[in-house]
Write a protein that binds this ligand. Structure first.
Ligand code: PEP
Length: 251
């Protein structure tokens, strides 16, 4: 049995004071939900403040990115060592990073290796663009992203990794994939590719999330499917009531 994971990606939002306010709004609702793992991914500048508020709470903290070197002359970057001071998780290869910051399957692979070496669980994002979907290349693209992003990395247990299937055309657009479409990619592409890389046992333990316009109104449709182990949530994670309602739908 895989415990559902509900992760909030706050992206480029929230000052420290705003982050603290959002966490205090979230805590009563999130703490009352059991059987679901919850994860908040604020911007780097708010990690320390949020970590303080989450002390002793059963809610994880994650970064939205990292660089693979431990230290050195890499202006503007954040190392795995720095993240590991506060976080248990890190989002890697989000489509916005691939689209705007030149991330590739190769950089994803290096980042995953660095995260694992520092006991950070990577949440690796994969998903096809609208153009690729319309050209019926979704399966090929997602399979390549999983293979090239993860090959050679040291995943020895399903707990070491989370994959988020996020069709790019569904992110922030209000147009979610249908649960059936998501299942086709997760069941027929992502899990078999993971099995090819790490073996069937490990692949069955990896949590595969759906992401892309998840809201309180559609969350239960995704979570009722055994292939969907939770969600990575952007827009709706900035609203405490919505994020709690989505986490409740996963319980
Ligand atoms: C995301 O950014 O990972 C995401 C899924 O965004 P949204 O929920 O806003 O579509």
């Amino acid at each position: 049995m895989r415990t559902p994971l509900i992760a909030g990606n706050w992206k480029l939002n929230k000052t420290v004071a705003e982050a603290q306010q959002l966490v205090s709004d979230l805590l009563p609702g999130l703490e009352s939900i059991s059987g679901v793992e919850k994860l908040l991914c604020p911007p780097f500048t708010a990690l320390m403040a949020v970590a303080e508020l989450l002390k002793g709470k059963d809610i994880g903290l994650g970064g939205q990115n990292l660089y693979w070197e431990a230290s050195g002359a890499y202006t503007g970057e954040i190392s795995p060592t720095m993240l590991a001071e506060f976080c248990q998780y890190v989002i890697i290869g989000h489509s916005e990073r691939r689209a705007y910051f030149g991330e590739t399957d190769q950089t994803v692979n290096q980042k995953v290796g660095a995260a694992l070496a520092h006991n950070l669980t990577p949440v690796v994002c994969v998903g096809e663009t609208l153009e690729e979907k319309e050209a019926e290349r979704a399966a090929e693209v997602v399979s390549r992203q999983v293979k090239d992003g993860l090959s050679g990395t040291k995943i020895s247990s399903g707990d070491d990794l989370v994959v988020a299937y996020e069709p790019v055309w569904a992110i922030g657009t209000g147009r979610a994939a249908t649960p059936d479409d998501a299942v086709v990619i997760i069941r027929n592409v992502i899990r078999p590719t993971l099995a090819g890389l790490f073996g069937e046992g490990v692949s069955q333990g990896v949590r595969v999330l759906y992401g892309g316009s998840v809201k309180p109104g559609n969350a239960a449709d995704f979570f009722s499917l055994e292939d969907v182990d939770g969600a990575l949530i952007g827009g709706a994670s900035l609203n405490a009531n919505d994020f709690v309602a989505i986490a409740q739908a996963a319980a």
